[in-house]
Design a protein around this ligand. Structure first.
Ligand code: APR
Length: 339
């Protein structure tokens, strides 16, 4: 999963580079700056003294010393002054310049705090959005196998904006059912990744949303429902949409290695979050998404918050996987893509 949102203390993250939300002197401070200097030890400050400071929006790199990372990339976020002093642009440059520096130093993994969202007062939901959007477009457009973490220190602080949060909460309330009331798929005992329910029900209970002709043999049923595998449908859809493979797996927040596994094995059984991630990348309708999921042995269910949030974004036509993951993170759900 090229972009992950995780809850942790950034000084604990073992990766090639962690990013510090510093100030222009680069001589340390509070917040994440203070934590990083404490974790790295005094040699970090000694090296910072040789850098001659750093302008807002720019980035400079030092060694990580006692931290479990090779480098620390110091960047200086804007102080929030209401939003009409180019704060967004300056904050975007922090991420862009830090990522460029990481790439220059052949970093394969980078961890960011949510820059400017603490002492510098940038509204958390907006600061998070800038981070997700800027890192997301770097991963989509710069052909990179870089793994990027957005490290959230105190979960409660993260918000995705009241309007979106309220919208999704209402959608969940309108659609959530405590128990499964929708029909189940049949358990199919076959080598193919079966669509399983934990109960046996008679044929009238087959999922009507697929209008499957009720046949007298399970084989006919299988042939009707699963005429192609998940992997075959994925590749067919990529071709039909004239997408490049790399465009599809980057939009799905899936790394290249996993995609090649799926591409080379027609019977590959992906995880549910991976299957949905590709449906989002292909911008499938809700019915096509259910069809693709079924080929991997899954179904969307209204007794599952994660599924309802996915349904919310598809129904709104929002296929930005990084925004969807931000919302899933805010609702304490697993993220889309593959770990
Ligand atoms: N790990 C991850 N994130 C952290 C950690 C940590 N150990 N400590 C704090 N954070 C989070 C905060 O919760 C906040 O969401 O980092 C985000 C950025 O907060 P600050 O560290 O206050 O940075 P910023 O808002 O950019 O202000 C920079 O603060 O510390 C001083 O010297 C620094 O003057 C500079 C200013």
């Amino acid at each position: 999963m090229p972009l992950q949102i995780i809850r942790n203390d950034i000084t604990k993250i073992e990766c090639d580079a962690i990013v510090n939300a510093a100030n222009e002197t680069l001589l340390g401070g509070g917040g994440v700056d203070g934590a990083i200097h404490r974790g790295a030890g005094k040699e970090l400050l000694e090296e910072c003294k040789t850098l001659g400071g750093c302008k807002t929006g720019k980035a400079k790199i030092t060694r990580g010393y006692k931290l479990p990372c090779k480098y620390v990339i110091h960047t200086v976020g804007p102080v929030w002054r209401g939003g009409s002093y180019d704060e967004r642009k300056q904050l975007e440059s922090c991420y862009k310049n830090s990522l460029a520096l990481a790439k220059e130093n052949n970093c394969e993994s980078v961890a960011f705090p949510i820059i400017s969202s603490g002492v510098y007062g940038y509204p958390m939901d907006e600061a998070m959005k800038v981070a997700v959007d800027t890192i997301g477009s770097f991963l989509l457009n710069i052909h990179d196998d870089m793994l990027v973490y957005i490290v959230v220190y105190n979960k409660t602080a993260v918000s995705i904006g009241n309007k979106l949060f309220t919208d999704i909460t209402e959608y969940i309330d309108d659609n959530y059912v405590a128990e499964h009331t929708d029909v189940y798929c049949y358990r199919m005992s076959m080598p193919y990744p079966g669509i399983a329910s934990d109960k046996d029900i008679d044929s009238d209970d087959i999922i009507d949303s697929y209008d499957i002709p009720i046949s007298d043999s399970i084989d006919d049923w299988v042939n009707n429902v699963i005429d192609e595998s998940f992997s075959e449908m994925l590749l067919r859809k990529i071709d039909e949409q004239g997408m490049k493979d790399s465009e599809c797996y980057k939009k799905a927040n899936i790394d290249r290695k996993l995609f090649s596994k799926i591409r080379s094995n027609p019977q590959y059984k992906p995880s549910k979050t991976t299957a949905i991630a590709f449906a989002i990348a292909l911008e499938l309708s809700l019915d096509e998404t259910k069809d693709m999921l079924m080929k991997a042995g899954y179904a969307l269910s209204h007794s599952n918050k994660f599924d309802i949030i996915i349904e919310y974004f598809i129904s709104k036509g929002n296929y930005n996987i990084f925004e969807i993951n931000e919302a899933l993170f805010a609702f304490d759900q697993s993220l889309l893509g593959a770990l």
